[in-house]
Design a protein around this ligand. Structure first.
Ligand SMILES: Nc1ncnc2c1ncn2[C@@H]1O[C@H](COP(=O)(O)OP(=O)(O)OP(=O)(O)O)[C@@H](O)[C@H]1O
Ligand SMILES: [Mg+2]
Length: 299
């Protein structure tokens, strides 16, 4: 079954460099090119990597076409979205000013509603909105989750990719309870997976714990591929290159699974208690438990 209204999906992980931006831009390309969907990418990270990866940075001729401009002037998406060079993909570009978002909006009640206002009526123009976020819990992440139908947690199959994992899930669950009752966990997405026995065993081990805690994950992994770097060099998603067969296959199945998950009504809430965790625990204590669970296997 397919969702009828536009689906808003936030890609988040507090750990940096785990494939969030790569996932957002490649899923965007696959949704538009393979599934004929109209996609809006929102670059909510002041590093602007998604803006660059979609080849938009050099096209920008106006300081006003940015997420910051929209949020600080309470504008809707139509005022700031720009077309990317890729068919059916538009983008709300990032800019350096986003660094000041926490200070500007963090303490205000409207902070958390920012993306809801930005995306009001988005169904008219888009089928999917993919939000790329900075590896940090801040008002932009909270506002993105408050406006989302679901979130995806990209992760490398390495133990330190789980630093902050519980903090992130706890934040998402808090937004679900207090701000957004439709927010679903679409799953942990393993990216940059090598054929090595270490990676395979690590995933098997972690998957067992995720299952126990009812935290969904994608059984299709994104394999390690040199074409990701080639894509970055050309400011385009790797899957758009003719040389990237494996990665295109992987992102195509993930995009298909996302379409399916977005169409499901069922809600599975992560069970922290099964992992021996409690979202109200101090984060240092959470980390100790998570380290025990996720670092049990060392290679
Ligand atoms: N499947 C893959 N194969 C090879 N390299 C990959 C793969 N996925 C991601 N990478 C590389 O890993 C690095 C981090 O990826 P990416 O920028 O997508 O992570 P991120 O989580 O968005 O980082 P940040 O937290 O800084 O925003 C990049 O150099 C990217 O090229
Ligand atoms: Mg990124």
């Amino acid at each position: 079954m397919e969702a009828e209204s536009a689906q808003v999906i936030t890609f988040a992980n507090i750990k940096g460099g785990v494939g969030k931006t790569t996932a957002v831009t490649n899923v965007a390309y696959m949704l538009s090119h393979e599934f004929n969907k109209r996609v809006l990418v929102v670059d909510s990270d002041d590093q602007g990597n998604a803006t660059k990866a979609l080849g938009v940075r050099d096209l920008l001729d106006s300081d006003e076409k940015t997420l910051w401009h929209a949020l600080s002037n309470k504008l809707g998406y139509r005022k700031v979205a720009v077309e990317s060079p890729f068919e059916r993909i538009s983008l709300i570009p990032s800019s350096k000013e986003l660094k000041g978002a926490q200070l500007a909006f963090g303490s205000s009640a409207r902070g958390i509603k920012m993306f809801k206002r930005l995306l009001r009526g988005v169904d008219k123009d888009f089928d999917y909105v993919l939000i790329d976020t900075k590896p940090q819990i801040n008002v932009l992440l909270q506002a993105a989750l408050a406006a989302s139908d679901g979130y995806v947690v990209p992760s490398f199959p390495e133990s330190d990719s789980y630093d902050g994992f519980v903090d992130l899930l706890a934040e998402c669950e808090e937004i679900f309870e207090e701000e957004n009752e439709k927010l679903k966990c679409f799953g942990v997405l393993f990216t940059n997976v090598k054929k090595s026995p270490a990676h395979q065993a690590y995933i098997e081990f972690i998957a067992k714990h995720l299952k126990k805690a009812k935290i969904p994950y994608f059984r299709t992994f994104i394999r390690h591929s040199n074409s990701i770097a080639t894509g970055s060099l050309h400011n385009c998603p790797a899957v758009a290159l003719s040389t990237s067969r494996n990665i295109a296959e992987d992102y195509k199945s993930i995009s298909k699974l996302l379409i399916q998950r977005a169409g499901l009504d069922s809600q599975v809430r992560p069970r922290f208690d099964v992992l021996g965790l409690n979202p109200s625990m101090k984060s240092e204590d959470q980390r100790v438990v998570v380290e025990d669970v996720f670092r049990e296997v060392q290679f």
